[in-house]
Write a protein that binds this ligand. Sequence first.
Ligand code: SF4
Length: 440
Amino acid sequence: MNYKINTYGCQMNVHESEKIASILRGIGYTDYENSNEKDYDIIVFNTCCIRDTAEQKILSHIGELKHEKKLNPNLIIAIVGCMSQQDGKMQLLTEKYPHIDIVLGTSNIDMLAECVLNLKQSKIHTYLIDDSERPEINEGKNYYRTSGANAWVNIMYGCDNFCTYCIVPYVRGRERSRTVSDIVCEVTVLINQGYKEITLLGQNVNSYGSDKKVTGADFAELLETLAQIKGNHRIRFMTSHPKDLNSRVIEIIAKYDTLCKSIHLPIQSGSNSILKAMNRGYTREYYLNVVTKIRAIMPECGITTDIMVGFPGETETDFEDTLDIIRNVAFNSAFTYIYSVRKGTVAASLPQIPYAIKSERIQRLIKEQNLLTKISSKACEGKTYRVLVESVKSVGKVSGRTDAGRLVTFDGGEDLVGQFRNVLISKTQSASLFGTIEEN
Ligand code: SF4
């Protein structure tokens, strides 16, 4: 029996797909790859609903499977995660796509094994969304991990921020942090197993432990505890919220070599009026101040961001403010995207701006950021960075990332994958760096 998991969306989902894989392997499935989808025994869609384009892509793929299901009636199709958790979505899915066998949300993925067995043994279909915000999804298990030398570790779930454009708090519920002792235990086991990079995950890691009585620490204290675990590894985290990234966290990142000098700090807009309308909780001046603090004690720290264009009410002046702030900060790289209406959020009911304007703005933004990325990469030439080799890129070439998250390609083979190497950067091209290994 073999399985396929189609994963959409963020790193949180990538890790949740590892948990789903662990569940399926626990009931006898393997990940043997088929060339045709009809030849699988189960296909799971681990879905995302952050943008409309993601949703349309998923729905179109689910629709295509109707044909495969006809060819193989034993194929089980399961839909789980953020998209199914949305209000009214389960009904839409089951009415429009009757070939779906199982629908679960974000809080009850751990029921998947039971649902599959019910279906196989008693032909019982399960369509169930759980709103109870259970803090753990199959937590504490020895997961089947699929991200090479990197291991993902959830430190918290959910989000309390309610940015007016975002659906996440509605589909992932309120913030719930795991305890320090559970996280330390999981990270220690992973390091002892040989993982070289640990990535801490949360929608807003900086608000980890807002109830310290429950977790035993806030984010700064958690980081400091984890940073002191001995071993040949590094620790990174995502995602930070600018309003909650405090000086203590910055100082601790600077203090410990095991903590990557890399911060993903979504700015979303450079306009104060748009930031206010987004309910982001900071101004452009505050954001710039955070960046100044980071650069003052970690000049080499990689700062990356997310930037949205076309939020309702965004004027040309607002957009110019965004261009201005990206020039000012000079991000290493940026994920740029067009605002997408999400039903049920505050911004969905605001007057929308025409697509042609959004499209023109994103092109200008990308052009500007590409230029900045090129300059930022160029500044790496002639410097040496410690790189964790992630994969073989082509014959005789491997690629990996620096502490700051920059992608580097250099000569090497399979034997280097999962190892650290010091690499001297000789050439850069856009966001890509090229170099040679420096002998110790
Ligand atoms: S911080 Fe804002 S954008 Fe991020 S998940 Fe929470 S509500 Fe969404």
